[in-house]
Design a protein around this ligand. Sequence first.
Ligand code: SF4
Length: 463
Amino acid sequence: MLQNKIQDVFNEPGCSKNQSKSDKERKKGCTKALQPGGAAGGCAFDGAKIALQPITDVAHLVHGPIACEGNSWDNRGSKSSGSQLYRTGFTTDINELDVVYGGEKHLFKSIKEVLDKYDPSAVFVYQTCVTAMIGDDIESVCKAASQKFAKPIIPVNAPGFVGAKNLGNKLAGEALLDYVIGTEEPEYSTPYDINIIGEYNLSGELWQVKPLLDHLGIRVTCCISGDAKYHDVAQSHRARANMMVCSKSMINIARKMEERYQIPFFEGSFYGISDTTESLREITRLLIQQGAPAELHDRTEALIAREEARAWQRIAEYTHRLRGKRVLLFTGGVKSWSVVSALQEGGMEVVGTSVKKSTREDKERIKEIMGQDAHMLDDLTPREMYKMFQEARADVLLSGGRSQFAALKNKMPWVDINQERHQAYNGYEGMVNLVKQIDLALYNPMWALLRKPAPWDMGEART
Ligand code: SF4
């Protein structure tokens, strides 16, 4: 059953990259098989947990050895506006006897204990390598527990060994499609209802965009999965349009919701000023197409004009401090180009942007914004990055945590823009914040002290 599901996920018609492959290539999947130790980059279970853990009022119960939960607990800063239950780690912590005799009874008891102590809206049960290999049938246990306790108990069958994080994201989407979405009816719906799919509300980024939608009277009925509540996900099939934020992770949800519930979707992003504008326009277009009053269009345009002007004005306040500063952008996908205009508007020069994880369209956009001789770096090694800073070819690094040392070892500033970041960079407000954070990093007084030679290097006598 799991194999069928994986093949189904690999055969995603909504993914153009997938569709350009031969049947044989498609069967192999999108990522190479994991090597021993590969789980450090995220196994399928980890991917499934990342995708679903932001559902806040659910108990996320990991069926496996305690290390799997330790590996995946709270590894992203998804914020909640209500319940904090999602931040509590639950695991069956199986032992040798479970491995010998099977862990299904243990799992059933753990579900009961979680329900008795926390009364969550639902329990999500995650399969892991060991429990999958000993043959524990989490689907059957969840079904029996659901009937016995009259609560939704949702199996998430994505053991680590089946593949990488991205596959786990999609298998998590399949669990929602099979067991959650469409299982409840909302009290009411409006022509202004949308779902946002693939947005995890990292550092509260969803809340930077929601006020814009609120202002237009557009209701986010459900965000899958940032700041989501179980019942919202269950009722999300009544939205009029879907926006898919991170196409790589949950395209199967958007496409299958279109197939099953006739909800049209588009791929968009809230990173960067022009992308935020485009996304607002596209949401409006889809809602009008689905029956919302046409006056929504004019209100959206008025909001865009006002917010864009405000954002550019605030970014311009930093120009005199940031003019000529050279930025090395080491990230992937849409972020490899969507933040470039804001950086340029802030007076900065982008000396390179990584395109290792970018699509052909992403590369085209980079050329559009930065010109034909844009410095697209295909596979910049940490050593080369280190050299760039040593030779003073860049003033600040924007990247994820893993690359930070290339800058920090050279006593150069670094700004975290990947998933572990503590700052929110979504929408118009987010771009202003990004420019502000770069300014703070560059002008931190710590750098002057740090770069000063030590007294003993200057030949001063020690007292
Ligand atoms: S699910 Fe498997 S690969 Fe993932 S953390 Fe657990 S043991 Fe490691």
